[in-house]
Design a protein around this ligand. Sequence first.
Ligand SMILES: O=P(O)(O)OC[C@@]1(O)O[C@H](CO)[C@@H](O)[C@@H]1O
Ligand SMILES: [Mn+2]
Length: 473
Amino acid sequence: MTFLEDCKLRRWIQWNFNNVYISKTAQLRAFCNACRLRHCLHHRSFAYITVRDRLPRILTKAVDSVHRHMDTFFEEHGQEGVEAEKRAIYLLAKLRNEVQTDKPALPLTDGLPDVDLWNEYLEQQQARLDKDEHPSWFKSPWLYMECYMYRRIQESLQLNPPMCDFDVFNEAKTQSFVGSQQAIIALCTYFLEITKKIEGFKDTQLKAELLLLMQVALWGNKCDLSISAGQDNSQSFNPLATLESLKPFILVDDFECVWELLINNKKNKTSETTCARIDIVLDNSGFELVTDLVLADFLITSQLADVIHFHGKSIPWFVSDTTKKDFDWTLKKMKEANHMQMSTCGMMWEKNVKQGIWIYHDHLFWTGPHEFCDMSVVAHDLYIELQKSNLIFFKGDLNYRKLTGDRKWNYTVSFDTALRGFQPAALCSLRTLKADIQVGLKPGQGEQLDVSDSEWMTSGRYGVIQFSGAYQK
Ligand SMILES: O=P(O)(O)OC[C@@]1(O)O[C@H](CO)[C@@H](O)[C@@H]1O
Ligand SMILES: [Mn+2]
């Protein structure tokens, strides 16, 4: 086919696609292929198994959590509280039925500030389908529907005061922290030993400790209650003891890029006025949050950073993601711990917050439906804020899916390409693989893993330290 013929064919396909002259199913498949978003159409896909099995289990646990709270609510709010809980349980059970029977997604009605954004997104999804078709749990993009479920959980509570601030995942998150005590003690003990000697450290020693603590923060991402559908998966052993054995499971290791950026920043700091800022887009509370706080403290103590900005979630999200309440509770529990190393860290961290060295944000964008390449338009204020950073760490799998748009990329597509223009600053993903999407691999690397370990993309056994530095300020 000549170049001219190829161009004509492409124009014809595009014209047909735009003019919907192709059958509905072919259109939907063409839509899937064109945007390569992952839907649940394929009954063996991880997306399908998630929506069919895991999301209903998470909703059942949410109902159980509200149920278990009934007595407390009666004591606090009397019969009005009990009635509110019953209505919330009804809405959660209705949501579970909608998921299991592939009902159409519904507009939100709870009046929270992001309602219009969510409902406009729903309208955009609808506009891509025929009039008699509707965005639904098994036919619409997995990323959107999974985020939408957590926003509907919030609606179930928001519509029934005084349930608005109830966190259906709170028990699971606090249990995850309590169950990880030994690992937290081991990590804090190690970290405090570093802080005693760090003044005399050469750059090579700083580099070695940064690598170690970034790996601890990477593997801390295994402790995620969405993948376990709420089943406890605390960190039960010393996280430092397994780092060496886990190294082969790091599929992309851009640590050197991160180190070069940070140490050059530190050396080139012109004056005391220039402030080296690092942002951490948080993921799960519990043990993973503690690994992030230790990493953040190391970045300050080593003078690789002067200020750390944390970004958490504004509502309970993907079961274990960190909210402001979780962040504050974790610092308080650390400080109150009856173990010296934990309480010492907790007091240091509370001081960092009080002195403005650590700053916490929870922009609504992080609990919205959008991929990160939409941020500069949908949440321009947040994009501008992130442009002030020297380096942004993105923790976890959901952030990785939103960074790369949850497309079915080929394994060897570059990370920069998959970001599709999302470049507020240099960024580094610390992610354990728990969804079937991965970019930036070497030729043959993904195919080899397909053969050696069929679950390599979803088991959480593998991880990446993946950097993108080409950005326009
Ligand atoms: O972002 P995290 O906590 O690392 O993982 C979130 C997660 O468990 O939830 C989704 C599947 O339900 C996937 O994105 C991923 O498996
Ligand atoms: Mn998470």
